[in-house]
Write a protein that binds this ligand. Structure first.
Ligand code: 5AD
Ligand code: SF4
Ligand code: FES
Length: 347
């Protein structure tokens, strides 16, 4: 296949057939052209501003047992923590003071936080005037509805992989069907919907990554976060190969070409594999960064994978670090809430 023609088609029509996506993923000779095209589409549709989201990792306790994740319940090497509701609200207040207009509340699937507790946390944080994103896993439709009513604006729930068999193999006790049900419920309850996948899972094929990308288009996701799978020594996948930086960047860039107006974060896992990874991602299709505002030892204990960046840094250090880096690549920091602005036609 003519790779240059496929890139041009993606840039101009934002539509590709599965085999065309596979051809891009399989090709090693045109990666820079793919990144450049994604950078142009990013600028044309979502502009030069970067949206910052302050990330609060409020509990690393999880009832699930995903094979790839350091927070899985069978991992006894993790020091488990839970932040008290008031401490979470205080941290959100600090996030606002650092200038973040969105607070992302992330945790393992931790039943300690009941619907009433979460409703309280969400409604208190909403009083600060920030957008609230939840990333707390699979819940019932009623629970999602309650959080939405309390003011939550967005929800992140990665599909991880659209390969149903691989998903159920790597996430024991979880069903692909329920994952889809969650995403559909979130969508119909009016959340901005964020999902995404891991890249480089054992057994994952290029065909399956192409399916992931087509799935993101099909469910009309508002945000897509992707990152390399980084093997964690405390998990059953300790000896796996893991994902590569360039393939992750390529999947991300193709997502920008095919979903031109969505929000795409330059993810922390990308920076773990390349010390300039987030800035390279911002120049290859991404327009969002999620700096950590978690304090003290909690950062270190929120160990999904080894080598996570910023574990020894304070929220203030991350804030000035990221501002400096973004300014240095000639981009500005948004002062808005950074909701998806749908654009059907190019300007
Ligand atoms: N490497 C990279 N990302 C991981 N996640 C979990 N474990 C790993 C790992 N070993 C990601 C999952 C999850 C998100 C919160 O962290 O995609 O959705
Ligand atoms: Fe829990 Fe999420 Fe890790 Fe799975 S990926 S073990 S649900 S924190
Ligand atoms: Fe945390 Fe750079 S963003 S130190």
């Amino acid at each position: 296949m003519d790779i240059a023609a496929i890139i041009a088609k993606a840039e101009n029509t934002h539509k590709l057939a599965k085999q065309e996506i596979v051809a891009l993923l399989a090709d090693d000779a045109h990666t820079q052209e793919i990144f450049a095209a994604a950078d142009r589409v990013r600028r044309r549709y979502v502009g030069d501003e970067v949206h910052l989201r302050g990330l609060i990792e409020f509990s690393n306790t999880c009832r699930q047992n995903c094979h790839y994740c350091g927070l899985r319940r069978d991992n006894t090497n993790v020091v488990r923590y839970r932040m008290e509701p008031d401490a979470i609200i205080d941290l959100a207040r600090k996030a606002k003071e650092y200038g973040y207009r969105t607070v992302v509340l992330q945790s393992g699937e931790d039943p300690y936080y009941t619907v009433d507790i979460l409703r309280h946390i969400i409604s208190e944080i909403k009083k600060l005037g920030v957008a609230v994103t939840l990333s707390i896993g699979e819940k019932s439709r009623d629970e999602y509805a309650a959080y939405r009513q309390a003011g939550a604006d967005r929800y992140l729930l990665r599909i991880e992989t659209t390969d149903r068999l691989l998903y159920e193999d790597l996430d024991p006790g979880m069903s692909f069907e329920n994952r889809l049900r969650c995403l559909r419920d979130l969508r119909s309850l009016g959340y901005e919907l964020g999902t995404g996948c891991l890249i480089g899972l054992p057994g994952q094929t290029l065909e399956s990554l192409a399916d992931d990308i087509l799935f993101f288009q099909e469910i009309d996701a508002d945000m897509i976060g992707v990152g390399p799978f980084i093997p964690n020594p405390d998990t059953p996948l300790a000896a796996a190969a893991g994902g590569a930086f360039t393939s992750s960047l390529k999947v991300m860039a193709i997502i920008r070409l095919l979903l031109p107006d969505i929000n795409i974060p330059a993810t922390t896992a990308m920076e773990t594999l390349d010390k300039n990874g987030r800035m390279i991602a911002l120049q290859s299709g991404a327009n969002v960064v999620m700096p950590n505002v978690t304090e003290g030892d909690y950062r270190r204990h929120y160990a999904l994978y080894p080598g996570k960046i910023c574990v020894g840094d304070t929220p203030a250090q991350c804030r000035s670090c990221i501002t400096g880096k973004i300014t240095a690549i000639g981009r500005g920091i948004s002062t808005g809430h950074g909701f998806r602005l749908r654009k059907t036609a190019q300007e």
